[in-house]
Ligand binder design. Structure first.
Ligand code: NAG
Ligand code: NAG
Ligand code: NAG
Ligand code: NAG
Length: 573
């Protein structure tokens, strides 16, 4: 349970674009991150310092020795049931060619309008892997959720009653519908991961998930639930939802400090008796600052159960941390017999690109990728805390490819086409154009060994993130899905964009190690042992966390340090 010095050194800051974490430059003693983004850091510095100290606490999630986790698994998934290798032969949408398992083994509910969200039914034809069937308990849970959502959705009498209760300023016992409202925070990858996490929490706690989608994302996601809406109506009584930040008055810690909520397992506690007037809503600040870390404690969950409305402000994939709550552990085990299937199944269930995005995805796929026998997605992200020169990054990619045998080798001495005649399409997803140029130039100037055909594509290179722009987000989302249609993936460590691509694809990616301290990593990459995303800022809570005892052995076995981030945790089987 002891945290290593490195682990205690600080917590990652999640980049506000498509991706992941940064190290705090003022913690130079940890030997990490000299990266300076002056302006942003200044903003973060003050708040960050305030939270750094309490983090030096025992970390409730068992930290195993990393060596056990980081063994490079030769884990390549077999091609699974329900996937189609030769897309082109089954590309038509005529009746007979309709994919038998377009509903992904019952994961998706039938009966939704095909035309208003084409991706929902068509995506199954494009995915190359579907390694895990959804478990019967998960299917039961999802169908029950859909019924509940229809009953409680905006526009219903029950929704109206809950909003009335919210206006009254206190929570009531015995409300039929309780909610969790997702708020946008950080870049697209982060948002998709926090949506999935919020949805799983709603499943586990019998709540209804509503989302407050900003303008920049207004045409990205289809309605996921049949016959209803998940959009929060504009007349929602709590104002300024996008501007509340990490520590508003109604944040959970702040309510605890003011004794508006009393957490106890002793019902005769006078303070608890007194706290009859629970607030109408609680704001959960579960982003990279992890303000409300007590959220991940059993007794706190019992208290929050009685609050009608929760507002979720998070940019993290916090699912693995829910496993440390005894009440959730058992159920999660049933829902996901394979832990590494959690995000894979949830994201395929919940998030479907709108027709505008889907049009980009399918046009691009058919024009450039469909003809190949094999598609390799390479996602390259350079974080300022781990930036290295383009040459070094390019060499790291080549070294990784050689180590894991990913891209075809070049060999000018062997022009005769005798070997593997498969054609390979390499899809580069990156904000920058340089890597595409170099990889393409390599296969132009040199033959691939054995005469294999190699084509290299990059849909966009925006040079800069622009999360506030709808078109930018649509293009980013299209690229995430194109990565999801790869046979094989190379992703950048600590990038939520890469995490989402891998989860969609159902692929354990080869992860490029971040260049901490701007040093080219000695090991260029690691083959992931689990396809799950990393929770880059797990809650670090110790004695103050109370609740039913969790199965610690099981927790230590299934929630461990990430391959690409010594301070993050993720699910393993
Ligand atoms: C195309 O679909 C048909 C019917 O579902 C299937 O029998 C066939 O194997 C598929 N073709 C390929 C190349 O997978
Ligand atoms: C819920 O309230 C809205 C106005 O806020 C109203 O238009 C609608 O009819 C109400 N629905 C029901 C079922 O009462
Ligand atoms: C109960 O709450 C009231 C109002 O918040 C406060 O004045 C009083 O001291 C509390 N009593 C106990 C026993 O906590
Ligand atoms: C093409 O690749 C597939 C899968 O990797 C392999 O089974 C097949 O033998 C390859 N075909 C040729 C002609 O090498």
């Amino acid at each position: 349970m002891e945290m290593s010095a490195a682990a205690a050194g600080g917590m990652p800051k999640v980049d506000d674009d498509l991706a992941a974490a940064k190290r705090k430059p003022w913690l130079a003693s940890s030997g990490r991150a000299e990266g300076r983004e002056k302006e942003r850091w200044r903003r973060v510095l003050v708040v960050g310092c305030l939270v750094a100290l309490p983090l030096l606490l025992c970390f409730v999630l068992g930290r195993e020795s990393t060596s056990a986790v980081l063994e490079i698994a030769s884990a390549k998934l077999t091609t699974m049931k329900g996937s189609i290798a030769g897309f082109t032969t089954n590309a038509s949408h005529g009746g007979a060619a309709k994919h038998a398992d377009e509903l992904l083994g019952g994961l998706l509910a039938p009966g939704m309008d095909r035309r208003s969200c084409r991706s929902r039914y068509q995506a199954a034809q494009y995915y190359k892997h579907f390694p895990y069937e959804p478990s019967p308990p998960l299917l039961t849970k999802l169908r029950a959720y859909e019924t509940r959502h229809r009953k409680c959705a905006p526009g219903t009498a029950l929704y109206n009653a809950s909003v009335e209760q919210l206006r009254s300023g206190r929570s009531a016992d015995g409300m039929e519908c309780n909610y969790i409202v997702w708020l946008p925070f950080d870049g697209l990858g982060n948002r998709m991961l926090s949506m999935v996490s919020g949805f799983l929490y709603a499943l586990l706690t019998d709540r209804v998930l509503l989302v407050d989608i900003p303008q920049d994302s207004s045409d990205l996601f289809c309605e996921p639930f049949p016959g209803t809406t998940w959009l929060l109506p504009p007349d929602f009584p709590v104002g300024n939802l996008f501007g509340l930040g990490p520590r508003p008055e109604q944040s959970y810690m702040s309510l605890l400090a003011r004794k508006k909520i009393v957490v106890t397992n002793d019902d005769d506690d006078p303070a608890a008796k007194n706290a009859t007037a629970l607030p109408a809503y609680v704001y959960l600040s579960l982003g990279w600052r992890m303000v409300d870390k007590l959220f991940f404690c059993g007794d706190d969950q019992r208290a929050l159960e009685r609050v009608n409305w929760l507002l979720l402000h998070s940019d993290l994939y916090f699912v693995p941390s829910l496993y440390s709550v005894a009440e959730f552990q058992g159920e999660l085990r049933q829902l996901f017999p394979a832990k590494e299937s959690a995000c894979h199944l949830l994201i395929r269930y919940l998030l479907h690109p709108t027709n505008a995005v889907w049009g980009m995805v399918t046009r691009y796929y058919k024009s450039y990728l469909a003809q190949a026998d094999r598609r390799i997605g390479i996602q390259i992200r350079m974080f300022s805390f781990a930036s290295i020169p383009v040459d070094d990054m390019y060499n790291q990619i080549l070294a990784c490819s050689r180590q894991e045998r990913i891209m075809p080798e070049t060999d000018d001495g062997d022009e005769a086409a005798t070997g593997d005649l498969n054609s390979t399409a390499i899809l580069i997803a990156s904000l920058y154009g340089e890597y595409y140029e170099r990889i393409r130039a390599t296969y132009y100037a040199h033959a691939a060994r054995g005469g294999a055909r190699v084509t290299v594509f990059q849909p966009t290179h925006e040079e800069q993130q622009a999360t506030q722009k709808l078109f930018h987000n649509q293009k980013a989302m299209a690229e995430i899905y194109l990565l999801g249609f790869s046979e094989e993936l190379v992703t950048s460590g600590m990038s939520t964009f890469g995490y989402v691509g891998s989860s969609l694809a159902g692929v354990r990616p080869t992860i490029l190690m971040p260049a901490h301290g701007h040093k080219v990593p000695a090991t260029p990459c690691r083959r992931a042992v689990s396809m799950e995303p990393c929770n880059l800022t797990p809650p670090r809570v110790g004695e103050e966390c109370r609740g039913k005892a969790v199965d610690k052995d099981d927790l230590a076995r299934h929630v461990k340090v990430c391959e690409d981030d010594g301070r993050g945790v993720k699910f393993f089987d």
